[in-house]
Design a protein around this ligand. Structure first.
Ligand code: R5P
Length: 289
């Protein structure tokens, strides 16, 4: 097995390779003066090639990098290609919210239909399984057990909060795993940067530690709204824990300024990526070798 790390996930890929006792190499990439992407692979002939790259930052460039890498590996004689995209972008556009919009999720998935495809905690909302958008075999892993373990060890006796109905698959599942109380909120989204969330809880929150759990923190607005209200309700400490820390538009700084402690996994590398998913990926790869 040869593990190739893309621009966004080289450290994670290296760690996966080490755990799988496989060879590791970086995909050589360059940007041409006009913005096009150049990529070059090492020798892949007759190897099981595992390409690991998350689609953040620069989701469009990352997509081209993944697309060029797996097609090139195929052309150059790789025996099998597994694409691992720890954070897969474009999945939230799973519906034509307005006439004429692109259904990005299945179109992008169509460009990444390698022999095997693996992602972590994809945003499955209106679609429920990867096979609804991928033509070939696609598998998704969940980091819930890792998040639950982290919370149990580092944030004991806290209350888990899901900021919206979609976060149920993470917040409620994690709370169940560690037997912590859970409060689920409802969100109304008006635009990318405009959401309304009302904190309503049967569980008393005053002087408690609350952990808001979601799959993605992007602009941060889904977190900002409950944080402001939780502070008014006298909550002692607020944590924001997510799988994919995108932190667009200075969201991490803004969350910290609001007094929240933020933690994510390393599906996307960032300053608060304290939960390592390499063992999750390695376990899956070793079993499917
Ligand atoms: C969507 O429902 C997702 O689960 C997240 O809640 C959402 O992507 C977070 O986005 P933002 O940080 O921009 O509010």
């Amino acid at each position: 097995m040869l593990v190739l790390g893309g621009n966004n996930s080289a450290d994670l890929a290296k760690s996966v390779a080490r755990k799988c006792k496989a060879k590791f190499a970086r995909i050589t990439t360059r940007t041409f003066p006009d913005g096009e992407t150049y990529i070059r692979l090492p020798n892949v002939v007759n190897r099981h090639v595992v390409i690991i790259n998350s689609m953040h930052p620069l989701p469009n460039d990352s997509l081209i990098e993944l697309f060029l890498a797996w097609h090139t590996a195929k052309e150059l004689g790789a025996r099998k290609i597994t694409l691992i995209v720890p954070y897969m972008a474009y999945l939230r556009q799973d519906k034509r919210f307005h006439p004429g919009e692109a259904l990005s999720n299945h179109l992008i998935a169509g460009l990444l239909s390698a022999d095997a495809f693996i992602t972590i905690d994809p945003h499955l909302h209106r679609i429920h399984a990867m096979k609804e958008v991928f033509k070939k075999r696609a598998k998704h892993l969940t980091s819930n057990a890792l998040l639950a373990e982290f919370i149990k060890k580092n944030i004991p006796e806290s209350i888990i909060m899901g900021p919206d109905g979609e976060s149920y698959q993470w917040a409620a599942d994690i709370a169940k795993k560690i037997r912590y109380p859970v409060v689920m909120l409802k969100k109304k989204r008006f635009s990318s940067r405009n959401v309304r969330i009302l904190v309503k809880s049967k569980v008393p929150l005053k002087n408690k530690v609350v952990v808001i759990v979601d799959d993605i923190i992007s602009s941060g607005h889904t977190m900002f709204e409950p944080i402001k209200q939780l502070k008014q309700l006298g909550v002692k400490r607020i944590y924001c824990v997510c799988v994919h820390g995108i932190f667009a538009e200075n969201a991490l700084k803004r969350l910290k300024n609001l007094g929240a402690i933020v933690i994510s996994t390393n599906t996307i590398s960032n300053a608060v990526a304290k939960i390592d998913v390499s063992s999750l990926i390695a376990r899956c790869l070793c079993y499917s070798r």
